[in-house]
Design a protein around this ligand. Structure first.
Ligand code: UFG
Length: 322
């Protein structure tokens, strides 16, 4: 298939592009490089430097004619979205509406979308399935939930077929070691552990050690980015073959605590990784993990690389070389 990957130079996008090429799809990347990196592009990719807020950039892209598009271009820092909601309204919501409208005008009606576990908010029960109540606790999660609703309307009114992929905590690096572009100013746990292991940070903070979990720290469902990438390709193939929209959770089904992640990283890197225990971070649920039975059933998707060891080893391979 001829696929346009919007946000394809970013952390998750570049892994998706690699997986698409491995499966013989032809890829054009559209990215404004605000957080994406030229280094993440492959020589075989066509590249359009463009912004989803500029209709003319999207026109230029979609007029090339694609069988499908994957949309990963979004701001994703939950904390920042509570301080600068406008930034998230404009980029995540307005930008996505621009994409939806342009895609439909050009009859490009197959879409894979990066949604998020952030749409669920505080868990009412565990593991979280697709039907779990949706009460986002941050504005970022709200933007993703709104987009899921827009897509459902565009399915009904314009015949859009979409796969909404609700990622849990994306982590790790390309298992083949080809993609090595580091995220700039990361805010997530694993890159922060790695920056501390490398000495880029003197110490790291553990946000809260008094949660009702075994070791007192928060538990999350970390899913390897190579596993996430394979879900995109399977989802794309599913919606085009079945002409049916789907929404699935993507997690490993296992929870790992903050201390487990830090201790495993200490073993793998052989570095001290100094950490200090501080107050809880606002808006952090104690425990989040998914059930991905639906993805298994519909897409035959399972995680292969989402254990703590592989997550940390593949990330350390990249940080250790920098
Ligand atoms: N944490 C620390 N210290 C740090 C950074 C994080 O202790 O320096 C803790 C957090 O408090 C949390 C856990 O590590 O308990 C994971 O935090 P992240 O910031 O890495 O991830 P979140 O679970 O907050 O959110 C991530 C993505 C969201 C996505 C969500 C889905 O950033 O975009 O996963 O589960 F929606």
């Amino acid at each position: 298939m001829k696929v346009l990957v919007i946000g394809g130079a970013g952390y998750i996008g570049s892994h998706v592009v690699k997986e698409l090429m491995k499966n013989n799809h032809s890829v054009t990347v559209f990215d404004n490089l605000s957080s994406g990196l030229l280094q993440n592009l492959f020589p075989e990719n066509d590249f359009i430097a463009g912004n989803i807020l500029y209709k003319e950039d999207l026109e230029k892209a979609f007029s090339r004619g694609f069988d499908a598009f994957i949309h990963l271009a979004a701001f994703k820092a939950a904390g920042e979205s509570m301080v600068s909601p406008e930034k998230y309204s404009v980029n995540n919501i307005t930008g996505t509406l621009n994409i939806l409208n342009t895609a439909c005008e050009h009859k490009c009606l197959n879409m894979v979308f990066s949604s998020s576990a952030a749409i669920f908010g505080e868990p009412q029960y565990l593991p979280i399935d697709e039907d779990h109540p949706k009460n986002p606790e941050n504005y970022y999660g709200f933007t993703k939930l709104e987009i899921e609703r827009f897509m459902a309307w565009y399915d009904q009114l314009r015949g859009l077929k979409y796969a909404s992929l609700r990622y849990f905590n994306a982590a790790g690096y390309d298992v083949d070691g080809v993609l090595t572009g580091l995220e700039q100013n990361p805010a997530n746990l694993l890159p922060i552990i790695m920056e501390t292991a490398c000495g880029m940070r003197k110490e790291m903070k553990v946000f809260g050690t008094d949660y009702e979990t075994e070791d007192g720290t928060c538990i999350r469902d970390y899913v390897h980015v190579t596993d996430l990438a394979s879900a995109h390709v399977k989802a794309l193939e599913y919606i085009t073959k079945n002409s049916e929209s789907i929404t699935v959770n993507l997690g490993s089904g296992k929870g790992l605590s903050v201390f487990e992640m830090i201790n495993t990283a200490r073993k793998i890197t052989g570095r001290a990784i100094p950490s200090i225990n501080v107050e809880r971070r606002a808006g952090d649920p104690a425990c989040l993990y998914a059930v991905s039975e639906k993805a298994k059933k519909l897409l035959d998707w399972e995680t292969k690389y989402s254990d703590a060891d592989t997550l940390i080893r593949t990330t350390w391979n990249v940080y250790n070389k920098k």
